[in-house]
Design a protein around this ligand. Structure first.
Ligand code: AMP
Ligand code: FE
Ligand code: FE
Ligand code: ZN
Length: 292
């Protein structure tokens, strides 16, 4: 059964802060979300929950319900895939250990990216990327920022196209765990594993069906049906996939920074009918518009 969605609810279950590669601090992100009319938000930084404490304090002040979130990097058939974890226990010891492992691997990967991009002749690349990341472990967007600053490329898109994107020298995948392991971590912490932005992996429809089936067999529970930058055709395809695999449906903007008109907090295409929303399965199910 699908419960009709409350028009007063505005649910965004995928976004980023300065704790990973977002432009806004967790508190500033929450403030913006409130301005955008978001009622329920999951902050899902890449491989870290370091922003959740600050976000939680800000959310309480703004009357937003914050759902624990994270976006974990993993591998499926040698491709990098993102799995969003929602509504988990952030204190669960094995989950925390897994996040520490991801962080260690991110540092090892950052060093490897520097080695691979050494030929560009940028002095102190790791130091500069770390500065771009605010002192935390740098991700590819931070390397892109340094490449732009050094005049090697014109913009981030070009940095990814030439040096950091899929199959390029700075695309180092070797450090990520396999998909089932990541799903296992989330389930072990009592959370819900969501296959993030399925249309972003540039997979054929057949491969995407295969990925979704493997994800479900590994214990995955939901897929992101509605996310920014999708066509209505994508939305229909993902809704069908969601129904076929009997998965829960999630939605999120994947907001990283202000100023991109195609991506704003809480601005998400309405989910097609006949899907079971993931938020009905939260420990405190979101069924009405009344925040606690
Ligand atoms: P990482 O987790 O360090 O591998 O970085 C992945 C992040 O890089 C994604 O979440 C996006 O924010 C960003 N990204 C990936 N591809 C591109 C691209 N082509 N242009 C700009 N940003 C990108
Ligand atoms: Fe990102
Ligand atoms: Fe992602
Ligand atoms: Zn994301």
């Amino acid at each position: 059964m699908t419960i009709p969605q409350d028009p007063d609810l505005c649910i965004d279950l995928h976004c980023h802060s300065t704790a990973s590669d977002g432009a806004l601090s967790p508190a500033a992100l929450i403030e913006r979300a409130a301005g955008c009319g978001v009622s329920h938000l999951a902050l899902t930084d890449h491989d870290t929950i370091a922003g959740l404490g600050e976000a939680d304090r800000a959310a309480r002040a703004q009357g937003i319900v914050l759902i624990p979130g994270v976006e974990l990097s993993c591998l499926w058939k040698s491709r990098t895939i993102h799995i969003v974890g929602l509504d988990f226990d952030p204190e669960e010891p094995r989950f925390r250990q897994a996040l520490q492992q991801q962080n260690d691997n991110r540092w090892a990967r950052a060093r490897m990216i520097c080695e691979r991009l050494d030929k560009l002749g940028i002095d102190d690349l790791l130091l500069r990327a770390t500065e771009a990341a605010g002192g935390d472990v740098p991700g590819r967007p931070h390397f892109a920022e340094v490449l732009v600053g050094a005049g090697v490329v014109r913009n981030a898109a070009q940095a990814f196209k030439r040096y950091l994107g899929n199959g390029k020298a700075g695309d180092v995948k070797a450090y990520w765990p396999e998909l089932p392991e990541v799903v296992h971590w989330i389930n072990g912490a009592g959370g819900i594993a969501v296959l993030a932005h399925p249309r972003k992996y540039q997979l054929t429809a057949t491969k995407l069906r295969e990925l979704t089936a493997d994800f479900r067999r590994a214990g995955g529970k939901a897929i992101e049906v509605s996310t920014s930058g999708q066509s209505s055709g994508d939305l229909g395809f993902l809704a069908e996939l969601c129904r076929k695999e009997k998965l829960l449906a999630s939605q999120g903007s994947d907001f990283h920074f202000p100023g991109a008109p195609w991506c704003e907090l809480g601005r998400i295409m309405k989910m097609p009918d006949g899907l079971e929303p993931v938020w009905h399965s939260f420990k405190q199910p979101v069924l009405s518009s009344a925040p606690p």
